[in-house]
Design a protein around this ligand. Structure first.
Ligand code: PCA
Length: 189
């Protein structure tokens, strides 16, 4: 079984492409026996908690997580998760920059064959890149805790959707984002 996660909307956006993609995948019956789908809150505390609860509730072969990275034009396969939080989009002034967990590794580097996945996306004319920073917000935090759990994992950042109307920012259609997610969840196992 593969665990697939996405995030709720956050910041000033009322939708998150990762959530819409997750809902579409979940409706596709071809994944019902092989994949489990889970939506995570955008919160440093509860985001990782909800993920870890799921990861510890049964044995998953792999975990693949999706989130939004507004401003990016390509689907980003994230190589690195850092032990750091840096207030970002978050209106909660109580969150101060600092480590996610003390006395734990400063970063995890994902050793999976991300290049093969990138090439698969490019074969389908989908814009894709390997990214060396997942940022320092909740996506990175969730990725850090997944890798700390020593489960085969991957974090994928998706661009804005055109309908998010973020003027001057790059976007990628829902059809392309969904196709990319299908290719990734079928090939990361
Ligand atoms: N993107 C944010 C958090 C949730 C999401 O979809 C991030 O990049 O950390």
């Amino acid at each position: 079984m593969i665990l697939v996660t996405a995030f709720e909307p956050f910041g000033n956006s009322s939708l998150n492409p990762s959530q819409l993609v997750l809902q579409a995948l979940e409706k596709n019956l071809k994944y019902s026996r092989t994949h489990k789908f889970l939506l995570l809150p955008v919160d440093y505390q509860t985001g990782p908690e909800v993920l870890l609860k799921a990861l510890r509730s049964e044995k998953f072969q792999a975990c693949i997580s999706f989130g939004q990275a507004g401003g990016r034009s390509k689907i980003s396969l994230e190589r690195v998760a850092i032990n750091w939080k840096e207030k970002d989009f978050n209106l909660d002034q109580s969150i101060k920059p600092g480590p996610l967990v003390i006395n734990e590794p400063e970063a995890f580097i994902n050793n999976e064959d991300l290049l093969a996945l990138k090439l698969k996306l490019l074969e389908h004319n989908l814009p894709a890149e390997i990214s060396l920073s997942a940022g320092a917000y909740v996506c990175n935090a969730v990725y850090y805790f997944a890798m700390k759990e020593k489960i085969k994992s991957l974090f994928v950042h998706l661009p804005f959707l055109p309908e998010q109307n973020q003027s001057g920012q790059p976007s990628l259609s829902f059809q392309q984002q969904r196709l990319a997610a299908e290719i990734l969840i079928e090939n990361f196992n």
